[in-house]
Write a protein that binds this ligand. Sequence first.
Ligand code: TPP
Ligand code: MG
Length: 788
Amino acid sequence: MNHKVITDEYLEKMNAYWRATNYLAAAQLYLLENPLLREPLKKEQIKKKIVGHWGTVPGQNFIYVHMNRVINKYDQDMILISGPGHGGNFFVANTYLEGSYSEVYPNVSRDMDGLQKLCKQFSFPGGISSHVAPETPGSIHEGDELGYSIAHAFGAVFDNPELIATCVVGDGEAETGPLATSWQSNKFLNPITDGAVLPILHLNGFKISNPTILARMSHEELESFFKGMGWKPYFVEGSEPMEMHKKMAETLDIVMDEIKAIQKNAREKKDATRPVWPMIVLRTPKGWTGPKVVDGNKIEGSFQAHQVPVMMDKPEHLDILKDWLLSYKPEELFDENGRLIPELEELAPKGDKRIGANPHANGGKLLRDLRLPDFRDYAIEVPAPGAVEKQDMIELGGYIRDVFKLNEEQKNFRIFGPDETMSNRLNKVFEVTNRDWNSPIEEGTDQFLAQDGRVMDSMLSEHMCEGWLEGYLLTGRHGFFASYEAFIRIIDSMAAQHAKWLKVCNALPWRRPIASLNLLLTSNVWQQDHNGFTHQDPGFLDHISNKKADVVRLYLPPDANCLLSTMDHCLKSKNYVNAIVASKHPRPQWLTMEQAVKHCTQGIGIWDWASTDKGQEPDIVLACCGDTPTLEALAAVDILHKEMPEVKVRFVNVVDLMKMEPSNKHPHGLSDVEYDSIFTKDKPIVFAFHGYPTLIHELTYTRHNRNIHVYGYHEEGTITTPFDMRVQNKIDRFNLVIAMLNNMPEMENKGAFLKQKMKDKLVEHKTYIHDIGVDMPEVAEWKWTGLK
Ligand SMILES: Cc1ncc(C[n+]2csc(CCOP(=O)(O)OP(=O)(O)O)c2C)c(N)n1
Ligand SMILES: [Mg+2]
């Protein structure tokens, strides 16, 4: 049959195929056995606990079936993103019917035995998730932490000019903050070098137990809303199946022709001016084709259809379920072996064109390694520790600039940030690329904007940066997100969801590894020149440290050479969430590149040039983690050594925070033997930490040495001097000296004079900054001069 012409006969077949998807989606919710109801349905063949969703399913099945026709007609490379991914049974049903599911899971075969397994496993202990989870072939988006579908879809099509990401947006999902701003993503799409996103607003009218806002707006308001966002909305509305198939198919042809025409025009004329992309508003009843009324409650066309339409807790429910399932006429759809009949099977696309087999949705298959410059070529000369001052992020910018250069042809690297690339000091990238911006550009005011820019920093939305990047990585490319440390917390939850996704993927051999999600946290808590307390929150480290140890890594490089080494490592890594805390302000540089490579490779180390215990038992261990704590800890050693040279201090620096956790908890963790040999079993440890002190206590809770005293951020801050921030939180050099003296009992009264001196310094400091407004010269101009 010629599927290029939408004949009534073809539409009838599509409807039959849709019935098969609806049947299988409902059967997955309920049935343990008797998957095609070839014998009379009995209560014991039904799951005892019925969990999952139905309301969203028939509409999404409808979309999938129609996308199959579009893929065939246009020989289109297409992935499907399901915003309301809670109806995972719809995606499983469709991939099963097209054959891609059984290719990944041969035990769920395309026969009666496989059908039974398919039904039993769904939302069942030991089985599969109720969502469009990583286990679902063809998915890059689990959905159901609602709000990120369009961001993921755009991330997927950037630099994929032949790809269309069809994106089902729940009308409830559309009310979330991230989704509400996602419509603006079209301002960042280049019709020549990027693919297209086809949003389908699934206007089924309801959420869990409320109507949706968009569904109760007038047609005019809704149309104006999307037009205002730069889209051309097409409305497909109704509930009579055959009429709806016709409308949907005709509309999709128009929409696809428009997308193709936009791309052809832009590509032929080399004119990337932002077009008005089409989208679809699909208004159908929630729980369409399901039970109409159960226990006197309206189900189809109401919020009551959201989860399980009929609970099976009353005898009459058995007949309701049976009538509902049989209404799809499964006997006409499957052959005697339980396989979809060939006349319907032929409707599905073939090979990798099937949505469940599209390689973009298993991005690791397409992943090509980045070409990376040798990071050591960007080394800062450090003739002696502290001899030079540099800005770590500026130095990193030079390396990243050259990553862009080396991968210009591959077009598989982008960086993301909410309007902060300059503020985060990655300025050098603009020597070779621009910010992506497909809106008018004003001469004389605008900087580094271009339609083909690869720096995604012109939308002030952490959600979009994170979502676009995730979509980009999940489809087999590379990048990172540089954020203010405090505001990365806006996407805590997204990063957590991504970590969960990776954790599940690690157990699925068919999911090929993808590039890590690299989150660069800068403009960090310790120095906020133009801002104050609101910009201070190092808690992302606490949040991420709780995620699955196989997946998360936390790095706090103390200087530029260490940052270069760390970033190089992170950009090469796969399947991790790497959080890297970096400094952007001028800071003394400590390690040569050779030392930095050794230090970062080990993740933790004793700095011999800052220690005075060589070959002897230390009196105290002074540890530090993070650029500012490192600076203050070194200044503290300096003071202590000058004043009381007899005290033996061991100086430890931590770059890889997870070294602190025991090796049985995190793959990077030190064994107890290694930990004890660095930190000793019993000597006092004073630990100056970048973040909240409790994190170090948590990580080291089971270590032998409980004599640990952690100084970190205590939620104290305001607009003040950089050093005063440290004083307010007691991680400054003077307080660290006091802490060391307080924790060495053998000092007895010897340290009293030095302690008094330190306390006096703290008063001097306060008076000075309140009078003059900047830090005392002896602090601001302090330099490491080495130990005698
Ligand atoms: C961010 C977020 N908030 C709340 C929920 C809980 N939740 C799950 S489904 C749902 C309703 C979704 O409605 P809609 O997007 O319209 O999906 P559909 O009607 O297609 O099921 C809600 C509130 C969630 N999953 N994610
Ligand atoms: Mg809805």
